[in-house]
Design a protein around this ligand. Sequence first.
Ligand SMILES: NC(=O)c1ccc[n+]([C@@H]2O[C@H](COP(=O)([O-])OP(=O)(O)OC[C@H]3O[C@@H](n4cnc5c(N)ncnc54)[C@H](OP(=O)(O)O)[C@@H]3O)[C@@H](O)[C@H]2O)c1
Length: 399
Amino acid sequence: MGKALIIGAGGVASVVVHKCCQNYEVFEEICIASRTLEKCEAIKNKLLGSRTKIQTAQVDADNTEMVISLIKSFEPDVVINVALPYQDLTIMDACLATGVDYVDTANYEPPDIPKFEYKWQWAYKEKFSEKGITALLGSGFDPGVTGVFCAYAQKHYFDEIHYIDIVDANAGDHGYPFATNFNPEINIREITANGRYFENDQWIETAPLAIKGVYDLPEIGPKDIYLLYHEELESLAVNIKGIKRIRFWMTFSEKYLNHLNVLQNVGMTSIKPIEYEGRQIIPLQFLKAVLPDPASLGPRTKGKTNIGCIIQGIKDGKPRTYYVYNVCDHEESYKEVGSQAISYTTGVPAMIGASLVIKGIWKKPGVFNVEEFDPDPFMEALNKFGLPWQESFSPKLLP
Ligand SMILES: NC(=O)c1ccc[n+]([C@@H]2O[C@H](COP(=O)([O-])OP(=O)(O)OC[C@H]3O[C@@H](n4cnc5c(N)ncnc54)[C@H](OP(=O)(O)O)[C@@H]3O)[C@@H](O)[C@H]2O)c1
């Protein structure tokens, strides 16, 4: 049916490629393109014999002209951007120049400002609309599935949604004293930023990890959770009409936070360049180089993730509560695609989003977040492609 150009060859890209190959009727041909060609080749070599035709290419996605010429030679129906958020705008520019649809999993962030916001990508709305092409933003798990969960709740269970708490728990253990489950630089920038949530039409800012709670998660048990700012809060605050409060919580172990505190206190998480032996280095990028590669955690990680949305609102004039979540097992993910659950839970929805765009089901001119489309086909595909969801109508609520 279609062709996808996948940019990036890290942990998430590897899952996207495996899942596209499972969905070979939609993805007849793919090209894996990244900065380091050997990484693309390594992924391709794991899938020899697949019914999806795979080719590879070297590309620097910071260079729009290079992406344009790759798109012109491969002629994809969609570009799936699973490189880093820094490349979002250059890849969107290349899609605009060539008239090809675009899908990503993380919103743009300038390398020198640790602040992710949709404003840069939402500014492309008119240009994508005029060109008649679709940009689907944030089609990972969070953002991604969490937005689809909210849209599904809105469509089927609520007349009005008032409160949403997104809880992201990773109870996986990789055996290292400290490692991040996806790109360390992006991950640490997110966690060390100020917390922020939306309440009564305004954003309330907190010091990093200043608000803590405990939540008892199905199949995982009680965990410490910390309030973080997360990018889907920005789009859901706009797209879920009548919302009074939306917050995002993530679990961290004491061991993880102790390491992070020390690294922060000694300046290793800074993104300000410093002079070292006659050259400029960025401490956080150096830290990334010494930490375990997230793609290498797969064979070592045991345990489960649970990510979901606890929603409160009104149906037929009566209060209603609803919890929808997915539990994903690190070892099962590794057995299936050779990656741990964090890459798995991001790569599956990226493939699903791209398949809905290729099939024309989630296709309209402009730039959209996932919750702006009909959630039903996405929810159905989650069950089919390895991320089954569960629901409860009497969840415990967060204060
Ligand atoms: N929505 C979600 O739920 C969610 C969750 C986790 C991650 N994410 C997002 O998923 C994306 C991928 O994460 P990951 O863990 O797979 O990261 P990763 O393992 O670090 O992989 C990133 C890949 O992008 C490539 N790349 C970086 N700069 C490039 C450039 N200028 N041109 C071409 N390729 C470039 C890297 O190439 P090299 O190998 O040569 O460096 C690497 O192959 C990130 O944007 C992350 O924020 C989303």
